[in-house]
Write a protein that binds this ligand. Structure first.
Ligand SMILES: C[S@@+](CC[C@H](N)C(=O)[O-])C[C@H]1O[C@@H](n2cnc3c(N)ncnc32)[C@H](O)[C@@H]1O
Length: 376
């Protein structure tokens, strides 16, 4: 029987339920907590989750959890865990840490103790007499202490999952790819529906929509640190990549447009789409939002306009929002989804949202304003 592991898919605050749905869609039962989704799964879930999760930040193995209010408890609790089942004799195991509302608050000391404890356990189990060589694959360990409970994990992703590998260029305030995917998954958009991002910048939202529309695995063009681990047999990776190839629907027609007032951004977005292998799937246009011309019905606008904080001032953002509101007034069958930190968005747009959702774009608290179209 295939070995089972406990996995944690980490999520930006506010996106836990979106990540949980994605994990459920891969066939695993989940428990949702602050900033994370926890689930037991066979080892083959590691390649599958890394390849497919569009909105999670990372996939980690939960090695163990225990109470630790003293350094002794931290040392012994760590040593008690079966590290040798994950880390081979030559594995490199750097340790990072964090501590919140706990007795053990010196993070550098906690890291040192965990490192020493794991080294002792591995030496004992692998029969190493001197120092662990640490010349092989990387097993990034995190000790996270919250209210005196230490959680020890190993990262399976490597570079964060938002790095799909296609964003060769970007503008001043790019959206993380994971957040862009979440904004789309929070709508009812289906691949046959028209889709416009009128503030596309480097193109993240339209590119993520195209990947979702053709069911292309977001991790298809990148590497993951755990591909080097003996723990996960090559056949599991091969199967996961085969599955991704089989599931992709390259024949799906898409009606996605990205536009932006800045022609430089349109060039960047076009290049990013080519890098993602989606060159001819998205229509790119240099255009200001007031000139948006919409012909079809029942479409979706998803956008991340300037907030006023970082890119421009109050008056000019209000004008942009007013412009969008005026255009969309003519198209009641369209649904509009706008992410902004600007508190008075609805006033400037000219209409109260059907629904609002608080989301963090990095450290900036934003609202996702959702206007449901009256389908015609
Ligand atoms: C926050 S950025 C969008 C970033 C984008 N989501 C990305 O991931 O790169 C906002 C974009 O709105 C564009 N913009 C500003 N005023 C505009 C207007 N009046 N009409 C259309 N686009 C505008 C800017 O050029 C900028 O690229």
């Amino acid at each position: 029987m295939m070995r089972t592991v406990t996995l944690i898919a980490t999520a930006a605050m506010g996106l836990e339920s979106v990540v949980a749905n994605e994990v459920r869609n891969l066939g695993y039962e989940v428990e949702v907590d602050n900033g994370k989704v926890i689930f037991d799964a066979p080892i083959s879930a590691i390649p599958r989750c890394n390849l497919w999760l569009r909105t999670a930040d990372r996939v980690k193995i939960l090695v163990g959890e225990f109470q630790a209010t003293t350094f002794d408890e931290l040392f012994e609790g760590t040593k008690h865990l079966p590290w040798e089942e994950y880390i081979p004799e030559d594995g490199q195991f750097p340790v990072s840490g964090k501590s919140v509302k706990s007795e053990l608050h010196s993070v550098p000391d906690c890291q040192k103790i965990v490192k020493k404890s794991i080294a002792e356990k591995l030496k004992l189990k692998h029969g190493v007499v001197y120092k662990m060589p640490e010349t092989g694959a990387i097993y990034k360990i995190e000790v996270s202490i919250l209210k005196d409970i230490a959680t020890l994990t190993i990262d399976t992703s490597g570079t964060g999952l938002h790095k799909r590998g296609y964003r060769v260029g970007q503008g001043e305030a790019p959206l993380k790819e994971t957040m862009a995917a979440a904004l789309i998954l929070l709508t009812n958009w289906k691949p046959d529906d028209p889709f416009i991002d009128p503030f596309c910048g480097s193109g993240t939202i339209p590119i993520e929509a195209a990947l979702i529309g053709q069911n292309i695995a977001p991790g298809f063009n990148r590497d993951f640190v755990s591909e080097e681990w003996p723990l996960i047999k090559k056949k599991h990776w091969e199967k996961a990549f085969e599955e991704a190839e089989d599931q992709a629907n390259y024949d799906q027609k898409l009606f996605i447009t990205g536009s932006d007032i800045d022609h430089k951004m349109i060039n960047i977005a076009e290049n990013n789409a080519i890098e993602a292998g989606l060159g001819d799937l998205v229509t790119w246009k240099q255009m200001q939002v007031n000139d948006l011309s919409i012909k079809a019905n029942n479409g979706y606008i998803v956008g991340n306009p300037p907030y006023g904080q970082r890119l421009s001032d109050k008056e000019s953002v209000e004008e942009i929002y007013r412009g969008l509101g005026k255009v969309m007034e003519q198209h009641p069958s369209w649904s509009v989804y706008i992410l902004t930190a600007y508190e008075e968005f609805e006033k400037a747009y000219g209409k109260n949202a059907t629904k609002k959702r608080k989301l963090f774009n990095g450290f900036i608290q934003t609202n996702y304003y959702q206007y449901f179209g009256e389908r015609s």
